[in-house]
Design a protein around this ligand. Structure first.
Ligand code: THU
Length: 160
């Protein structure tokens, strides 16, 4: 038997420690919570994806009376980016969560399905995508989407 310990890396920042570019993107994700369609959970999630050409694609969660038909904010932004700018790498993704009249104190963390899509986005363009998770108390910054999934499943794995 062999045991492996898998490590991942993230950093915690205060608002004024972020770069101007990071603050701008996180602010757009925060704005996006107003457009969230979440009549069932009342949990608003905003996302903003920055492309290599500087364009920012906005996303937010979209719920549905048939619950599984809804979509998370992260995937709504990444799929919109892929649909509108298929050749343009996504270089940064910011997320903010809002519930009970305020942004969450702790940063919200992407669900498993969003992590897989974040990984595919990074893999597709062959470069790292920085991920910023906003919380009122601290902002988590991940250098790469792969930091969320230490054991990855990407296209090469389909070849056995
Ligand atoms: N949600 C997101 O938009 N992103 C996540 O990573 C976690 C959950 C949404 C889905 C649903 O509309 C609401 O939050 C509650 O789960």
């Amino acid at each position: 038997m062999k045991e492996y310990t898998l490590k991942t890396k993230m950093r915690s920042y205060q608002w004024d420690e972020l770069t101007e570019e990071q603050r701008e993107l996180v602010s757009i994700a925060k704005e996006q919570i107003k457009r969230s369609y979440c009549p069932y959970s009342h949990f608003h999630v905003g996302a903003a994806a920055k492309l290599a050409n500087g364009v920012v694609i906005r996303g937010c969660n979209q719920e549905n009376a048939a619950y599984p038909s809804g979509l998370c904010a992260e995937r709504s932004a990444l799929f919109a980016a892929g649909a509108q700018y298929p050749e343009e790498p996504v270089v940064k993704l910011a997320i903010a969560c809002f519930t009970g009249g305020h942004f969450t104190k702790e940063p919200g963390s992407p669900c498993g399905a969003c992590r897989q899509v974040m990984l595919e986005t990074e893999h597709r363009y062959g470069g790292k995508m920085e991920v910023l998770l906003y919380g009122e108390d601290e902002i988590f910054v991940f250098e790469s989407a792969a930091d969320f999934l230490p054991l990855t499943f990407v296209s090469e794995n389909l070849n056995g």
